[in-house]
Design a protein around this ligand. Structure first.
Ligand code: SF4
Ligand code: F3S
Length: 104
């Protein structure tokens, strides 16, 4: 499957939600995750993300984030329509260390 990685944190552009044919995104406060069992591997969300936050699970970053996506996909609610990104989304784009800041 594809997974959401650190670059999504506090950016939450949600363009990915609009393009997913099977609605497998789930929404937390600071980022989205993909339900790995629901993802059909179509790949259309990857280029749709302005923050380059989406990776395949066999990519290095993707592998690291797979367990996180699997865990929170069970807890966070499904999101099927793109919402409004945070006002300061662009300030967070591409910043490193966001995961430690937000999730400790
Ligand atoms: Fe949805 Fe396709 Fe992205 Fe999987 S790869 S999350 S099915 S858009
Ligand atoms: Fe996050 Fe990119 Fe989607 S920033 S909400 S993975 S479009």
């Amino acid at each position: 499957p594809y997974v959401v990685t650190e670059n999504c944190i506090r950016c939450l552009y949600m363009d990915c939600v609009s393009v997913c044919p099977v609605d497998c995104f789930r929404k937390g406060e600071a980022m989205l995750v993909i339900h790995p069992d629901a993802c059909i591997d179509c790949g259309v969300c990857e280029p749709a993300c302005p923050a380059q936050a989406i990776r395949r699970d066999d990519d290095r970053d993707g592998t690291r984030w797979l367990a996180f996506n699997a865990r929170f996909a069970e807890e966070w609610p499904r999101i099927c329509e793109k919402g409004k990104p945070p006002g300061d989304a662009d300030d967070w784009r591409g910043r490193s260390g966001k995961s430690a800041m937000v999730f400790g």
